[in-house]
Design a protein around this ligand. Structure first.
Ligand SMILES: *Cc1c(COP(=O)(O)O)cnc(C)c1O
Length: 354
């Protein structure tokens, strides 16, 4: 068993935090977990007050981006408990990302113990309103002081948490997407299936341009043929066509979302036919025109289910479900959040009680 040392803060910031107006990613809880890698192991795991770190300008990660991250949430449940949702999957994906970025893996027991202890210490930071939660950000980055290009020998693994409000303040709100045009996020063989900052760096400029044109996010097409739909960059994407749930397969350029897996598992449990296959933007437009396209939605930890109301591709704009929320999207949202908040039976054993 891992021994995690704990040094508590002398002055909590919780009273200064306005829990009625939580914006995503702006408030941070009192503590953070940290451990450093060197000489072949993760050393001195500890929980300390959330605060500044000090590094030299030669820190490897700042120059070559050798870093990975994760995102998950803790929920205050109906009976006053705390649920972590599918945290084992985040651990598995973290280590997959580590492998692609030449970062040493983190042992499962260290990861789970750190998560549980950190959330338990800052339990008072978990907002108690339905729809609110404590966002958890584990990440690892290269810490050698060296600017030659090579794999770092040392790393820091940190977890901190942030209380967040409901993604949609007034219920699900359909988003507007535009296809990626001349830009690509990732290509098979690249970094697309790793959760690493580089993929986000690649998406910033296209996202800015999309926003200027009045769209919420970019719908990424494959980098080679600019034809097949990949994902939204922070969310995976799914289509309900003639009652069949279709989503692009994980072939190397798409991130394997945990919410994606949750939706596929539930849908198949409900008897919905599922196809993990390539789907082109032309097919989506054609199925929208013929009336066969019933629903489109994104899946990700932040919003859980994000209905898509409009998709723009070149000169063409299609409206899905009259820009409203589909029954299937709503059912998925209600079921998944119901399990997360401990209101519905967790038949797949997805929740870890803290
Ligand atoms: C994190 C992420 C997702 C969503 O994954 P979840 O595990 O469902 O939150 C989708 N695409 C990209 C690129 C991501 O980084």
């Amino acid at each position: 068993m891992t021994k995690i040392k704990i040094k508590k803060t002398k002055k909590s910031r919780i009273k200064e935090t306005d829990f009625d107006h939580l914006e995503f990613g702006e408030q941070f809880s009192d503590h953070m977990f940290i451990t450093e890698y060197g000489d072949g192991t993760w050393n001195d795991p500890r929980i300390i007050p959330f605060g500044k770190l000090s590094f030299l300008p030669s820190l490897t990660v700042l120059h070559y981006g050798q870093a990975v991250f994760e995102g998950l949430k803790a929920y205050l449940t109906a009976n006053g408990g705390v649920n972590l949702f599918r945290a084992d999957k985040n651990h598995e994906r973290l280590n997959m990302s580590c492998e692609r970025l030449c970062i040493p893996p983190v042992p499962l027991d260290l990861f789970m113990e750190a998560l549980k202890k950190l959330v338990a210490i800052d339990r008072a930071w978990i907002p108690n309103k339905r729809g609110n939660s404590l966002y958890i950000r584990p990440f690892i980055f290269a810490t050698d002081d060296y600017i030659g290009v090579r794999v770092s020998k040392t790393y820091a693994f940190i977890i901190f948490t942030s209380p967040v409000g409901a993604y949609y303040k007034e219920g699900l709100n359909p988003v507007k997407l535009i296809t990626s045009g001349g830009y690509s996020r990732a290509v098979i063989g690249g970094l697309g299936e790793a959760k690493t900052p580089a993929n986000y760096a690649a998406s910033l400029l296209p996202a800015e341009e999309a926003k200027k044109q009045g769209f919420t996010q970019v719908l990424w097409l494959d980098a080679i043929e600019k034809k097949y739909i990949e994902e939204v960059g922070t969310m995976n994407i799914m289509f309900l066509i003639n009652d069949v749930l279709i989503t692009p397969p994980l072939e190397g350029s798409i991130l394997g979302g945990i919410t994606r897996d949750t939706v596929l598992t539930l849908a198949s449990h409900w008897g919905v036919k599922i196809e993990e296959r390539r789907i082109s933007i032309e097919e989506v437009i054609e199925k929208a025109k013929s009336g066969a396209l019933q629903e489109v939605f994104g899946t990700g930890t932040a919003a859980v289910i994000s209905p898509v109301g409009w998709i723009q591709h070149m000169e063409e704009m299609v409206t899905i479900n009259k820009g409203g929320i589909g029954h299937f999207s709503q059912r998925l949202y209600d079921e998944i959040t119901g399990i997360q908040y401990g209101e519905k039976p967790d038949i797949f054993g997805w929740c870890y009680q803290v």
